[in-house]
Design a protein around this ligand. Structure first.
Ligand code: ATP
Length: 360
């Protein structure tokens, strides 16, 4: 297992700075995700780690070894892409063996390692098949076996599941995580799919315009986003602009004036204590809002009329209109009856811990 340390990494393409002073440590055996809007630099960072790009400044270490200028094929890493890049005219076994043939491994060892890699991805017995005779999911497993056969220290995955249908994606999420853990691989995974990241990652980084905006576990980043971009990028949320009235009665709570009246909000950001009058934002996740009055003093309350109802089986999604300017999205889990749109006033409550104050 290998630790990856990125120190002050900077990359420019022409006049554009695509990676700006990136500092990151990925622990040995960790499955780490890079997330962020299109063009934020995820693939560029991954390609630096894999050895396809050289930075303009900064270093990359695998444990204590400085690999910043080491070519890709000497880094001992496996790579898996969105396009599987398999050779259609070769058999499965020939595709998987390719990296070992290049390294001039003896034939008996190649045969044993190909069999081992195919077993790891549950494709035993399919070595003699042609690539065209496999389903999309099986082809993706061949690509994974080909990355594993060289016994890499790290596995780099760039949108590996985006060509698969929804059901196969779910299966492969579990499969990729299992393999990374079983082989003790340090894995770096680039995706647009925040659910994929939340469900698979040990930790993740959210990037924006070449910078790391937040690094943490899925739970930390989802529950305690550092700003509006992260809150909206990871999951769905309602954002209300407001102004700080002053500290609340409990530690880390603030009274905030909003378009819908005063709220008590929680401040999860270490070291940030906004002054009265300072503009802030309040983030409310749709699933944290409940369409009941729980009578709790530790909850905020909203009153309004249901504007829109959508039944999705496992959940129902509502829009609660509070006034001309503000409507809240609310997700109800396991609905047994629906509230239809009407002029009747209903109350929604949310625990103060789920009312998250962010910089304005
Ligand atoms: P996506 O999610 O769309 O794949 P990304 O976050 O992976 O995006 P990158 O592919 O890393 O983003 O690209 C970051 C920025 O660098 C983009 O603005 C892109 O246009 C630019 N870029 C990437 N590769 C090159 C290159 N070889 N030459 C010039 N500009 C590049």
């Amino acid at each position: 297992m290998v630790a990856i340390t990125v120190d002050r990494l900077t990359k420019r393409f022409g006049t554009a700075t695509v990676l700006a002073d990136i500092n990151l440590r990925i622990e040995p055996g960790e499955l780490f995700f890079l997330l962020g809007p299109s063009g934020c630099g995820k693939t560029t960072l991954l390609r630096h780690l894999a050895g396809f790009y050289t930075p303009d400044a900064g270093t990359i270490h695998f444990d204590d070894e400085d690999v910043t200028h080491l070519p890709a094929h000497q880094r001992g890493t496996g790579m898996m892409f969105q396009s599987y890049a398999l050779w259609p005219h070769m058999t499965v076994a020939e595709n998987v063996a390719f990296g070992l043939e290049e390294r001039k491994c003896p034939q008996p060892e190649i045969a044993a390692r190909v069999a081992e890699a195919l077993a790891a991805v549950k494709l035993e017995g399919l070595g003699e098949r042609r690539i065209q005779q496999l389903s999309g999911g099986q082809q993706q497993r061949v690509a994974l076996a080909r990355a594993l056969v060289i016994r890499p220290k790290c596995l780099f995955l760039d949108e590996p599941l985006s060509n698969l249908d929804a059901k196969l994606r779910l299966d492969m999420r579990t499969e990729i995580r299992r393999i990374c853990k079983e082989f003790g691989l340090t894995g770096i995974y680039v995706t647009h799919d925040q659910e994929e990241a939340l469900s698979m990652a040990d930790r993740l980084a959210v990037m924006e315009a070449g910078r790391l905006v937040q690094v943490g576990t899925p739970l930390e980043v989802y529950r305690n986003p550092v700003n509006r971009m992260v809150a909206e990028f990871i999951g769905e949320t309602n954002i209300l602009p407001g102004t700080v009235i002053g500290p609340g009665t409990e530690a880390a709570q603030f009274e905030v004036d909003t378009d819908t009246g005063p709220l008590t909000a929680s401040c999860h950001l270490a070291g940030w204590r906004p002054a009265p009058g300072e503009p802030v934002l309040v983030s409310l996740r749709p699933e944290a809002l409940r369409l009941t009055d729980d009578g709790e003093t530790s909850s905020d309350r909203f009153s309004g009329c249901i504007d829109n109802t959508m039944y999705l089986g496992a959940t129902a999604q509502y829009e609660l209109r509070l006034n001309d300017r503000v409507a809240l999205k609310i997700t109800q889990m396991n609905p047994t009856a629906l509230l239809e749109p009407s002029g009747t006033t209903v109350t929604a409550t949310v625990r103060i811990d789920d009312v998250v104050m962010l910089p304005g």
